[in-house]
Design a protein around this ligand. Structure first.
Ligand code: SF4
Length: 292
């Protein structure tokens, strides 16, 4: 590529990349236009799903963008290694991501009453990962995702699958509590989610379960009601993940109801159980004869 051979351009790009790194930005996108027309299966799916408004969903879909080309990505990879690259194991890699996050002030949630950052918890080599929307009051107080009443229900869901909480990894799209438990806003999700993407890229789960519409829409960058999002798998590769990694070609992503919603409407527990059974089947787990 021409850029690699041009020292001035390379230096200028390196300076710019360093500037963005200091802001916590490691993944780069290019507006669609001249961009290559490659789309993931999930994006294809997105085009088949008509946008519809949904309760508790005010966010617009993400701006249309595509990842840089593989060639460009190689240049960024050389100029812009993420701190966790080269870490000897996922535990160290997650620690490096947490250190990089620091006492984060990158979005406005840092000054809206958060007590602490809720990074994520669980097995750094988990085959199964759960992703929620954001911390609530209990999580904010304890610094761990899903520890309140909704967390108890999530624990029960995990147990019903024949797993323990420490077998899976649990995180949220945003790591600071939105005031009054409001839905995190688009700019907050966009600023925070690259750290989640990096966590996913390190953990390399086989399956990710998005808990609720906010998590699903952020991970998949599509806007559809839960009735359309649930009941199928999506191919998922986190933005900025290294391509060509022989040890991981991405995860399957399934969508189910957020446990907080299930507490409000327990009649939907049967539907959530169907979603989890779909996941268990994919993971080759024995299906227990019980309900949530
Ligand atoms: S929500 Fe994320 S990006 Fe915003 S301040 Fe907290 S850690 Fe930083």
């Amino acid at each position: 590529m021409e850029l690699i051979g041009n020292p001035d351009l390379r230096r200028a790009l390196s300076d710019r990349v360093r500037f963005y790194n200091e802001l916590g930005i490691y993944d780069f996108y290019r507006r669609q236009g001249k961009a290559r027309p490659t789309e993931s299966q999930s994006a294809e799916t997105a085009s088949q799903i008509s946008p519809q408004p949904e309760l508790r969903e005010e966010m617009s879909p993400r701006k249309s963008a595509v990842l840089v080309t593989a060639q460009e990505e190689g240049v960024f990879e050389i100029l812009n290694p993420k701190p966790e690259h080269g870490a000897p194991d996922p535990i160290s890699a997650l620690r490096l991501i947490r250190e990089d996050l620091g006492d984060c002030t990158r979005c406005k949630l840092h000054q809206q009453g958060r007590k602490q950052i809720v990074f994520g918890v669980g097995n750094p080599r988990a085959e199964l990962m759960f992703v929620g929307e954001g911390p609530g009051a209990d999580e904010d107080a304890q610094g761990e995702p899903f520890v309140g009443r909704a967390g108890q229900l999530l624990n029960n869901m995990i147990k019903a699958m024949g797993l323990r909480r420490e077998d899976v990894y649990i995180a949220n799209v945003v790591k600071c509590r939105p005031p009054g438990n409001r839905t995190p806003e688009r700019d907050e999700c966009d600023t925070c989610s690259p750290f989640l993407m990096r966590q996913i890229a390190v953990i390399k789960p086989k399956v990710i379960v998005a808990l609720g519409a906010v998590a699903a829409k952020n991970l998949l960058a599509i806007n559809a009601p839960m009735s359309e999002l649930r009941g199928r798998f999506y191919d998922f590769m986190p933005a900025g993940a290294r391509r060509g990694d022989p040890s991981w070609q991405g995860a399957k992503l399934a969508v189910t109801y957020h446990p907080a919603f299930l507490l409000r409407d327990p009649r939907q527990k049967g539907e959530a159980w169907k979603d989890l059974q779909m996941v268990m089947k994919y993971l080759g787990m024995k299906l227990p004869n019980q309900n949530l």
